[in-house]
Design a protein around this ligand. Structure first.
Ligand code: NAD
Length: 370
């Protein structure tokens, strides 16, 4: 690794954000120590904290820090204190969406991992997931029904008409398909593409394009599922999936379904990736799948694992530090295997040890080995 510091914009945000972020930074510093790396963390305000201190959810200084960094490590934003504000001034809409837009974050990756020791946290019958599972949802984030034009509402012949338009360009499908296949190449080399090609023109183009791109990744086994069938198969047989590739709307729904099947939100990381820099790496924003958990904020009991695993994804996708990412993921698995549990993943098993945010951070930190 070069001597240059790895620049990260750190946006901890609101609620449990700052608590779990502290643990993620400590983990990264430990990795840096062991692997002779150097991080430069630029801490900036975002969300409600930025509204309180600077009058808006995404101050210019925060955007500038993100522009100067190789990646954004994001906590979470929002909370009851800011819910009275007009929608566009609220923390989520005023910070998250502009960041996604500004950095062209077109690919959303949500690993849905249920470790064998945590299958009890899943609402799925234990015999269906007895060895746990590890599914990576790759969702297109900037196209499809959410952004297609025209989008309007009007009165017509005494009735009301509302129109949303689902649009995909082949180039957009190619771009996200490459992300999916590249991810599959680092995993079990199986990719399931989800569409609705029996009904939608968009999906016919999606399927054709995925099949074309598949030729560039001959080692990856590809299959296609209609979205309604995928929704059922994920519940029936989650361990049978490796990478799930899909468009924006289907991905929105299926990635939340997978989060539910995996158990606690406190365990689930996510990555939103933007343009490549030509070397297989992405600019990205890395954050827990959950929100600011106002019910837990300030108590030191939130699970820091989603934030810590988001830092691991950042090392992998933005900085190409696969070994270091695995060091963190292995340490998390080891802390769980050794019985450490935050409240959200605790059971009444007497051999387990319930810990707070900081102790869980320490348990992971002490299990990182080079
Ligand atoms: P939430 O994800 O914050 O909480 C849902 C449930 O999951 C709560 O019971 C919470 O305690 C639990 N949970 C979440 N993260 C946890 C963790 N790390 N450890 C243990 N338990 C955890 O969702 P919500 O309650 O719907 O929203 C709360 C606030 O967060 C709202 O203001 C919402 O707008 C915001 N939000 C922000 C983001 C984001 O910043 N990306 C995402 C979702 C929600």
């Amino acid at each position: 690794m070069s001597d240059q510091a790895i620049k990260v914009a750190v946006l901890a945000g609101d609620g449990i954000g700052p608590e779990v972020m502290t643990e993620a930074i400590r983990v990264l510093e430990r990795v840096a120590e062991l692997r002779n790396l150097s991080f430069e963390f630029d801490h900036q305000l975002v969300g409600g904290a930025a509204i309180d201190a600077a009058g808006c959810p995404l101050p210019d200084a925060t955007v500038a820090a993100c522009e100067a960094a190789g990646a954004i490590l994001f906590g979470s934003v929002g909370g009851p204190k800011w819910e009275h504000l007009p929608p566009n001034d609220q923390p989520e809409r005023g910070a998250l969406l502009p960041l996604r837009k500004k950095f062209g974050l077109f690919a959303n990756l949500r690993p849905s991992i249920c470790l064998p020791a945590l299958t009890h946290a899943s609402p799925v019958r234990p015999d269906l997931i007895k060895d746990g599972f590890d599914v990576l949802c790759v969702r297109e984030l900037t196209g499809g029904l959410y952004f297609g034009q025209p989008k309007f509402r009007k009165e017509e012949e005494g009735d009301i008409l509302a129109v949303d338009t689902m649009v995909y360009r082949k180039s957009e499908i190619e771009r996200i398909a490459h992300v999916g296949f590249q991810a599959a190449m680092t995993r079990d080399k199986r990719l399931t593409s989800v569409d609705k090609a029996n009904v939608l023109e968009n999906s016919i183009l999606w399927r054709e394009t995925v099949n074309e791109i598949a030729k560039q990744y001959p080692e990856v086994t590809v299959n296609h599922l209609y979205v309604d069938n995928a929704a059922m198969q994920l519940i029936r047989d989650a361990p049978n999936f490796d990478v799930l590739l899909t468009e924006n709307l289907f991905g929105d729904i299926l990635s939340d379904e997978m989060a539910m099947i995996a158990g606690s939100l406190g365990m689930l990381a996510s990555a939103s990736l933007g343009q490549t820099s030509g070397n297989g790496l992405y600019f990205g924003m890395f954050e827990p799948s959950g929100g600011s958990a106002p019910d837990l904020a300030g108590q030191g009991v939130a699970n820091p694992i989603a934030q810590i695993l988001s830092a691991a994804l950042m090392l992998r996708f933005s900085f190409g530090l696969e070994t270091e990412a695995k060091m963190i993921e292995n340490a998390v698995a080891a802390a769980i295997a050794d019985g450490f549990r935050t409240g959200d993943i605790m059971t009444d098993d007497a051999s387990l040890r319930q810990v707070g945010t900081k102790e869980m951070g320490e348990a992971i930190l002490s299990r990182i080995s080079a």
